[in-house]
Design a protein around this ligand. Structure first.
Ligand code: ZN
Length: 286
């Protein structure tokens, strides 16, 4: 199943994407919230759709998409989880996962603009596979970790490198700005993915391929990441773990290239769909 959320003005409605069509499932009566995931919502939604399939209203045209799940309690990110990306940033591949947090206010729809923060010069891209947690997870073992996954999602872990690396302290200053977590188009349930460890991830800026990786090259695999993070903090239903980016970010180039207003970023992961984001500068009144 591919879960989506439609945005019409300030109204958000749950939906699904099936057989190349968008369907409104407002009649199910629930949004994709912490409570939804905690109460076996994915399976209840599946039963609802099986029963109501013929009656579901189809969304015509290209609906505006929001984040495919409600705002979670946290977005946990894994840094330097691909050896080629660690090398391009001058870092040694880590011996334990690097963890940092992204603010939940950085979430934005998959095709919404990326907003360059005021005064920023080094806004950068990172295509990533995000894991969405299905149920409360604390001290879970690697063996049971995948049973805590609600689904997977395309994520662009936008970063402002000066804020992240040159302004003192931890990375979080450069990771949580508004619009820095475009998420979606879909939340894809695990049954739709044949092998999560063999997915191609790619990203283009203005049509130029910048990232072209494969989840096979993750240093720490998803079961380990879930188990590891859950030994430091409790993960709630709907929480996100973003699993790191492969090589090809702007920071990694010999002459670093960063995003400018007017640029267009396109990205995708096999089976998780694609997204397109235009870059705009934040005005002083916004
Ligand atoms: Zn990242």
């Amino acid at each position: 199943m591919k879960l989506v959320r439609f945005r019409q003005g300030h109204v958000i409605r749950p939906g699904i994407f099936a057989e190349n069509r968008y369907y409104d499932v407002s009649a199910f009566g629930e949004d994709y919230s912490e409570e939804f995931f905690a109460s076996d919502g994915i399976n209840r939604l599946r039963s609802f759709i099986d029963a109501e399939r013929e009656a579901l209203p189809e969304m015509m045209g290209t609906p505006a998409l929001d984040v495919p799940f409600c705002r979670p309690s946290k977005i946990v990110c894994i840094g330097l989880n691909y050896a080629d990306h660690a090398r391009e940033t001058g870092a040694t591949p880590p011996t334990e996962p690097v963890i940092f947090l992204k603010s939940t206010t950085s979430l934005t729809g998959p095709n919404d603009p990326i907003i360059i923060p005021r005064g920023a010069q080094k806004t950068d891209w990172e295509v990533e596979l995000a894991v969405v947690i299905a149920r409360r997870a604390s001290y879970v073992s690697e063996d049971e970790a995948l049973s805590f996954v609600a689904g997977y999602c395309l994520h662009n872990d936008i970063s402002e490198r000066e804020f992240q690396l040159e302004r003192g302290g931890t990375w979080d200053k450069g990771k949580g700005c508004d619009s820095f977590a475009p998420m979606g188009p879909f939340l894809v349930t695990p049954d739709e993915i044949a092998d999560i460890d063999k997915l191609r991830l790619w990203l283009r800026v203005n049509g130029v391929k910048r990232q072209n990786g494969n989840t096979a090259d993750m240093i720490f695999k998803i079961p380990h990441l879930i188990s590891y993070v859950s030994s430091f903090m409790t993960l709630l239903p709907g929480d996100v773990i973003s699993t790191g980016t492969p090589a090809g970010v702007g920071l990694g180039m010999r002459e670093p290239v960063y995003l400018r207003a007017g640029d267009v970023v396109e990205l995708g992961i096999d089976g998780l769909g694609s997204a397109r984001q235009e870059v705009v500068a934040r005005g002083h009144n916004a």
